[in-house]
Design a binder for this molecule. Structure first.
Ligand code: NAD
Length: 373
């Protein structure tokens, strides 16, 4: 089988890479060659999905187009769903587990990684059990309910010698990476301001996303995390202070501890500031705006399933759309199997940075105080 490295090298030799290969891929290739890492396309990442709901299904469908990642197993509490998935994706009986017996996955040599797509509150315990079974973990965002839980998950994976990655699909998205690349070349000048607006109107009041025990909060845990995480990768620094305010127009639907709308502001060491909005009560709110002394970038939509659209002061962003979850799983195969370094981190420590800020945002909403982070 021809390796991706060989393929890219051939493209480069013929000069054909220039129109086809996005700049960030070239940068990643250069970075990984520098580290002496090599692409080894002969291995495929064999994935079991835990939690066969909406997002798990999206990941499973997207993985059908992957060359380096393959869905081979499932973990679910619903036997009928397991049967459906076996029929749809050709999953073998011996790779099917439930929530009682999935620790036995440790004896299964056909599974490399478990991708956890269950409600937020379950991620902590499930990650630790998977790690103890000796399998790598990909966990959905938010990785945990708070930074303490997140640290326990990172520690458990480290102790077990397995990798912990988080489903930050935007970290592999082409237009997003082009903005990051342009910022690093100085195209926008000194970065001064970021605005991240993320929200949608949530439906069924009885769903787990509106249940504090399962969601750990409200819009911030679910959708506002995109603005928070985006502020960090768009500005390219870690915040040093924050302020936050919560507003609630429907206390019946959004019970105590479940935020409907939060605005938060972040201050960065360079002096750049960010102003963000997270809400469960506005549709079509999905916009990033970055401004420096010399120019700007805007993405709208900025974090939905795409295609992402955007432009800078230099012109429109034209990088082609690929299904986010397909791209994510291809890249994660390279990270897990070959030790590749992504341009924007997707590991457990990256998620802890978001969780610490989420803890501080909830605290700032309660106290009204500016918090040093
Ligand atoms: P969902 O409700 O559609 O699916 C959750 C699944 O977990 C269901 O199959 C459900 O049966 C199962 N489950 C197992 N134990 C459960 C329990 N005790 N209570 C309730 N359900 C239980 O939710 P979803 O939209 O697929 O979200 C799952 C996770 O994926 C969440 O953490 C969410 O934040 C994340 N997510 C990420 C993205 C993304 O773009 N990265 C998008 C959507 C969801």
């Amino acid at each position: 089988m021809q390796s991706r490295r060989n393929f890219i090298q051939k493209l480069m030799l013929t000069g054909a890479a220039i129109p086809f290969m996005p700049s960030y891929l070239a940068a990643a290739e250069a970075e990984n060659s520098k580290d002496g890492l090599s692409f080894s396309d002969d291995r495929i990442l064999r994935v079991a999905i835990m939690g066969l709901g909406g997002y798990g299904t999206r990941v499973a469908d997207a993985m059908q187009a992957c060359k380096r990642a393959k869905l081979v197993g499932v973990i679910s509490g619903t036997p009928a769903k397991i049967k459906n998935w076996q029929n749809k994706y050709g999953i073998l009986e011996k790779n099917c587990y439930n929530y009682e017996n999935f620790d036995q996955i440790k004896n299964n040599n056909d599974i490399d990684v478990v991708y956890i797509t269950t409600p937020n509150a379950l991620h902590h315990d499930e990650t630790i059990r998977v790690a103890k079974a000796g399998k790598h973990v990909i966990c959905e965002k938010p990785m945990a309910l708070n930074a303490r839980e997140g640290q326990e998950m990172v520690d458990a994976c480290q102790a077990a010698g397995v990798k912990l990655l988080v489903g930050y699909r935007m970290h592999f998205e082409a237009k997003t990476l082009e903005v990051v690349r342009l910022r690093e070349t100085g195209a926008f000048g000194k970065i001064m301001f970021f605005q991240g607006l993320c929200g949608f109107r949530i439906g069924d009041p009885n769903q787990w996303r509106l249940n504090k025990a399962l969601a750990g909060g409200g819009s911030l845990m679910d959708i506002g995390i995109y603005a928070l995480n985006g502020a960090r990768y768009m500005v390219g620094e870690e915040p040093v202070w924050l302020t936050a305010q919560e507003t609630k127009t429907d206390p019946q639907k959004f019970k105590e501890g479940v935020d409907e709308t939060i605005q938060f502001q972040l201050g960065f060491p360079s002096g750049a500031v960010a102003s963000c909005l997270s809400t469960y009560n506005m549709n079509n709110l999905d916009r990033f705006f970055l401004n420096g002394e010399k120019g700007f970038a805007e993405l709208q939509p900025s974090t939905g399933y795409g295609p992402i659209e955007g432009r800078t002061h230099l012109g429109p962003l034209t990088q082609p759309h690929t299904t986010h979850q397909t791209k994510q799983m291809e890249e994660m195969a390279g990270i897990i199997l070959d030790g590749h370094k992504p341009i924007i981190a997707v590991d457990g420590n990256e998620a802890i940075k978001d969780l610490k800020l989420i803890d501080a945002i909830y605290k700032a909403c309660k106290t009204g105080q500016k918090i040093d982070v």
